[in-house]
Design a protein around this ligand. Structure first.
Ligand code: ZN
Length: 310
């Protein structure tokens, strides 16, 4: 029995040697090519786009964890170290991730492809934003950064991600292109669905805590008539709060929209004052029932709006 087993091992060894001789040396390059591309994305929707376009070809690191706000996030040293190895770095830009400057300056020596979602998009101005001087506007593109919540702008972001992946991994460019085509098709269907469902809204005006649905509103003809915090670092004045309560009454608004990533205490105070309720619109995702799926997130937000505005 022992002898037989020994013979088996010898045959296996022989087989391995024979196979090794048969496999050409390019197999090593092939193996390297199968290692996923390290990608870093600042927020969950961007990670979702990267994963949908890159599939098994990418390994996507998420910086802002679910539940946190990109406005107030601070990356850990571990996250910085991991992000410095990324070959594609995807962020929104337009001032949403001030902490990301560190990554970009820290990785300039390396061959990293940077995708800034808000770049080249005509940004909406956030009214009453204190930190933006005209001088700074010349230096850097600033404005409302929440561009990913308009599916048609999201298509443009997805195109740029696909382009970046094809740049760093040209062998698989046709794969990225076909994944992109499928994703763009889904975006079109989402856009059509939102357009159709918003038509039934009886109230077009709304009040929110933070102006994250500005591009969504512009696309679908909704109108923000009050925002509690126009920018994350600015507290509203009592006069502003009184105006918001008046707007809620005069437009017969039934709900104040808050966000799960930001403290909604002020939204609750205003809602109580005006005799309406607070509902959550989530601009980022990562919670039940929609999880990290952008399309599920968008349809969930649409249902919340429907319950308040139809
Ligand atoms: Zn925001």
């Amino acid at each position: 029995m022992v002898k037989q087993r020994g013979g088996g091992v010898a045959r296996l060894l022989l087989l391995a040697v024979a196979l090794n001789a048969l496999i050409p040396s390019v197999s090593w390059a092939q193996m390297r090519a199968d290692v996923p591309i390290p990608v870093t994305a600042s927020i969950l929707p961007l990670k979702f786009f990267c994963q949908r376009i890159g599939g098994q070809r990418v390994n996507v690191q998420l910086l802002v964890p679910p539940g946190a706000s990109p406005h107030t996030y601070e990356p850990s040293p571990r996250a910085v170290a991991l992000a410095s190895r990324a070959r594609v770095f995807v962020m929104v830009g337009a001032g949403l991730e001030p902490w990301a400057e560190r990554f970009i300056h820290g990785t300039t020596s390396q061959d990293v492809r940077l995708v800034e979602a808000a770049r080249g998009i005509d940004l909406l101005a956030d009214e009453e934003s204190p930190s933006w001087s005209p001088k700074e506007n010349h230096k850097k593109q600033q404005g409302n950064p929440h561009v990913w919540l308009d599916p048609l702008l999201a298509k443009e972001i997805c195109r740029r991600i696909a382009e970046a992946l094809a740049d760093v991994d040209p062998d698989h460019r046709y794969f990225y292109r076909s994944q992109l085509r499928h994703l763009l098709h889904q975006m079109d269907r989402l856009h059509e669905e939102i357009t159709r469902r918003v038509k039934d809204f009886s109230i077009r005006e709304y009040v929110c805590f933070h102006p994250s649905f500005a591009y969504f509103s512009r696309r679908y003809g909704l109108r923000r008539v009050g925002v509690i915090k126009a920018s994350p670092d600015k507290e509203p004045t009592p006069r502003r709060l009184r105006e918001i309560v008046q707007h809620i009454r005069s437009y017969r608004i039934r709900v104040v929209f808050a966000e799960p990533q930001l403290n909604s205490r002020l939204a609750e105070v205003i809602a109580r004052e005006a005799g309406v309720e607070v509902l959550m619109l989530d601009p980022i995702g990562g919670r039940p029932p929609y999880g990290s799926d952008y399309f599920a997130l968008m349809r969930h937000n649409l249902s919340v709006m429907e319950s308040a505005m139809r």
